[in-house]
Design a protein around this ligand. Structure first.
Ligand code: AMP
Length: 213
């Protein structure tokens, strides 16, 4: 039986892709098409055994979990929400660094008692308030969390903060720093066994590329 050597890497459009492509290029892997302008979802690369698939960031861990992609680049936020089943977190790529924070209306005292917290990150949020011993009502949103306190849907939000300008533009101020977030290289557990050698070689190349920016 031929040894399986083809590898699929799952990437997400946006910030992560913009920073991952130069890193992959330094590791010798370059897509043959321009990813930003193409509507395709599967891309061949300069390495005939490696292809890229472009999906939503929240789906990267799921693709890698089920082996639809052997490797992926996903934010720590996505990995924590996903739970990490079926995959290894192998490298901190230090890509798209930001902070997971609580934030509320600037200069306003928070109500006592049960807070209403709007977030796209219910797992991280639940754990944070559990550790604090504080009961909260979670309101799951899929985006534009900053709007929730402005229109009275929630008292505070839990979201990713980079420069803080999105919070500020919506009259919000950062409160608690929950954790630092950055993107990680993840690997499907079964792939790592079945395709151990090509995966190890690829990870070595990415690790070396990380050391020489
Ligand atoms: P900023 O205004 O620079 O603080 O960025 C905050 C906005 O960008 C929020 O809408 C965040 O959800 C989003 N954001 C910030 N950093 C990241 C990241 N590393 N990955 C994904 N979204 C991010």
């Amino acid at each position: 039986m031929p040894v399986a050597t083809e590898l699929t890497i799952a990437l997400a459009k946006g910030r992560i892709l913009d920073e991952t492509l130069p890193l992959l290029a330094r590791a010798g892997i370059e897509p043959v098409d321009d990813l930003a302008s193409s509507r395709k979802l599967v891309f061949a690369t300069s390495n005939k055994d490696i292809k890229l698939v472009l999906i939503r960031s929240a789906d990267v861990a799921t693709y890698v979990q089920y082996g639809a992609a052997d490797l992926g680049v996903a934010g720590k936020d996505v990995l924590l929400e996903h739970g990490g089943e079926g995959l290894y977190e192998r490298l901190d790529l230090k890509i798209a660094p930001c902070r997971m924070m609580t934030a509320g209306p600037a200069g306003k005292t928070l109500p006592r008692g049960r807070l209403k917290v709007a977030t796209k990150y219910p797992g991280i949020t639940r754990q944070f308030f559990l550790d604090q011993g504080r009961q909260v009502e979670l309101i799951k949103l899929y985006g534009s969390m900053e709007l929730a306190p402005v229109v009275g849907l929630a008292d505070i939000i839990v979201d990713l903060v980079d420069t803080g300008s999105t919070l500020k533009a919506n009259g919000l101020a950062p409160l608690d720093h929950i954790m630092d977030i950055s993107s990680r290289l993840i690997i499907n557990r079964a792939s790592l066994k079945m395709k151990n050698r090509p995966i190890r070689e690829l990870v070595d190349r990415i690790e070396n590329a990380l050391k020489r920016p």
